[in-house]
Design a binder for this molecule. Sequence first.
Ligand SMILES: Cc1ncc(COP(=O)(O)O)c(C=O)c1O
Length: 385
Amino acid sequence: MKLPENARFSTVCLHAGQEPDPSTGAIITPIYQTSTYVQEELGRHKGYEYARTQNPTRAALEGNLAAIEGGRAGFAFASGMAAINAIASMLKSGDHVIVSDNVYGGTFRLFDKVLTRYQLSFSYVDTGDLDATERAFTPSTRMLFVETPSNPVMRITDLARAADLAHSRGALLVVDNTFASPVLQQPVALGADLVTHSTTKYLNGHSDSVGGVVIAVRESDVEWLRFVQNAAGAILSPFDSWLVLRGTKTLPIRMAQHCATGRALAQFVEAHPKVQKVYYPGLPSHPQHALAARQMKDFGGMLAFDLGSLDAAARLLKNVRLLALAESLGGVESLISHPATMTHASVPSEHRNALGITDGLVRISAGLEDVEDLKEDLTQALRSV
Ligand SMILES: Cc1ncc(COP(=O)(O)O)c(C=O)c1O
């Protein structure tokens, strides 16, 4: 079994990075649950010395994810936040970073509460507005860190233009591609230098693993990330690597269904009289629908909508039965959450309100249940609002 050089996307997802196991022929990469490797003699070994540094299961996943994103190499970490922290380790004291203003709350917390202690500075800008983004550059800006679609109000950033802007100012473009997944959006092809994911979400896809990855394009970044992955040691475990590898085999077909259900639910809530506003890039009412249609293959399984008040949101969340009230996204089960008190609780309330993350906002991660069951659940829960 050999992956053809011109293999298409679904084939790459299934096979890249994985050869049948050389010792047994096992078609699935085994979980190499070992901490060390026996060496033949001093200085002679099979390329594996210690499992923080190299692990065959993790290496298979890293090769798989690098191929899926079209990068030079990938590095798997213990969580999405550990992956973002590894990217931040490329910065030096005095550097400045421009960040999408409604970035994931945990990313904001890491930047604002931890990394500012190390003389790094961050400006939070609507990167959907590239003129505003351009104005935020300073002579010390080293990175433009973008999340698109953003969480949870689905703001879109034009990645090709953002890459040109960053590069013209000597900065790197970093894209958190967690929400779209590489099925819908390929940041490297649009000029990104680094792509990161919380593999906890669509890449694993089954709500049974926490992990992160960074995919790099430039050789110097690959070298640094390899060094820092080993030096700081926040590696993904062999078992989690194996789970994510299993997830990427079905990523394209799962994403097709997540998108179909996401779109159907967005249309359903948009037509509901108790819903005041819907955020879904696939709706023509989304202010950046045309850009999303150009940049993304489809619009994803994430949507958010505003019910006008905390009381209305709380009633809906109390009364859903099939949709599970939980943080996270991208799994097979549909989840519903309240960004203001859950994922974005670490963002100050004035900042949250300015971004549209109001007390009445509810977010759904559309899973793989029958969409009619999900609509029936929302219909009965919305009666209590
Ligand atoms: C867009 C995005 N990036 C990064 C993260 C952090 O990932 P993790 O929870 O795996 O650390 C999350 C988590 O929700 C996320 O939604």
